[in-house]
Ligand binder design. Structure first.
Ligand code: APR
Length: 261
């Protein structure tokens, strides 16, 4: 059996599916990943554009970085990987999508309950009163350059709703993930974890794949490259996620789910 046919079989046998995504899933939509040549961090110091200290030092620079990403969103579209994950959410009796991505492509593809572990470019939060709101339309790049930044009704400076390096993850998100994993303690190999398009440089220690693995879940990596997580997975499918899931899921999703019989 090839890795791809094994994946098809495991997707057919699964009843509980946990998906952990990184920037690679949006690569085929045209959003650059973070690391490597042409990556988003190239030409930027992370501590300047993605830390609380960087924002305190130079909020204009941070807003320039994120406003450019916000303006780019309407120019890209979900790819088959986002679409197939939305179809999986409808198909499986137990399904959780956890993404590290701050884009909105999962939602635009139809996912309803994605957990955005690293926040969202669609939101802003007041640095004074803490109020969170949907961004609506992003600030114009010309305004940001002139130092005209989004402000809250209370007068406080607003910050992008993304989680920066050195910040805590949302405890409610972590509890939901833990609960989903714990509820699958008895599912064994019917519990499938898909790790898609992440280098594992940041997310390696969340336990998102290692805890289910300890419970007997099957863990699959979908990534054209080997990563820091590759040695810990049961199956690696070396392919771009959009092309792969666009091929594989129609073979699975059309079949009646065993749990429905
Ligand atoms: N399909 C699947 N994987 C892909 C594809 C593709 N078409 N193209 C690239 N990849 C893989 C790369 O091989 C790499 O392993 O996506 C991964 C992207 O890795 P990173 O750029 O490190 O992105 P990610 O793992 O999401 O980074 C995690 O780090 O910088 C922070 O907050 C940022 O959320 C981000 C976090």
């Amino acid at each position: 059996m090839t890795p791809e046919t094994t994946l098809v079989q495991w997707l057919r046998e699964a009843r509980r599916v946990l998906v952990f995504c990184g920037a690679g899933i949006s690569a085929e939509s045209g959003i650059p990943t973070f690391r490597g040549a042409g990556g988003l961090w190239e030409g930027h110091r992370i501590e300047d554009v993605a830390t609380p200290e960087g924002f305190a030092r130079d909020p204009v620079l941070v807003w320039q970085f994120d406003a450019a990403r916000q303006h780019a969103l309407p120019t890209v579209s979900p790819n088959p990987a986002h679409e197939m994950l939305a179809a999986m959410e409808r198909h499986y009796p137990a399904f959780l999508l956890v993404t590290q991505n701050v884009d909105d492509l999962h939602e635009r593809a139809g996912s309803r309950d994605a957990i955005h572990l690293h926040g969202s470019l669609d939101e802003v939060r007041c640095t004074l009163c803490g109020r969170q709101r949907p961004l609506g339309s992003p600030p114009s790049l010309a305004d940001v350059r002139r130092g005209v930044l989004p402000h809250c009704a209370c007068g406080g400076l607003e910050r992008p709703g993304v989680v920066w390096f050195g910040e805590m993850l949302n405890p409610t998100h972590l509890r939901s993930i833990e609960k989903f994993i714990e509820t699958g303690w008895n599912d064994g190999p019917a519990f499938l974890v898909l790790v898609i398009g992440t280098s594992g440089v940041v997310g390696g220690d969340y336990g998102i794949h290692s805890l289910p693995a300890a419970l007997g879940a099957r863990v699959v990596e979908i990534n054209p490259e080997e990563t820091l997580l590759s040695s810990e997975v049961d199956l690696a499918v070396r392919a771009p996620a959009g092309a792969l899931l666009g091929r594989v899921w129609p073979e699975v999703g059309s079949a009646e789910h065993p749990a429905a019989r």
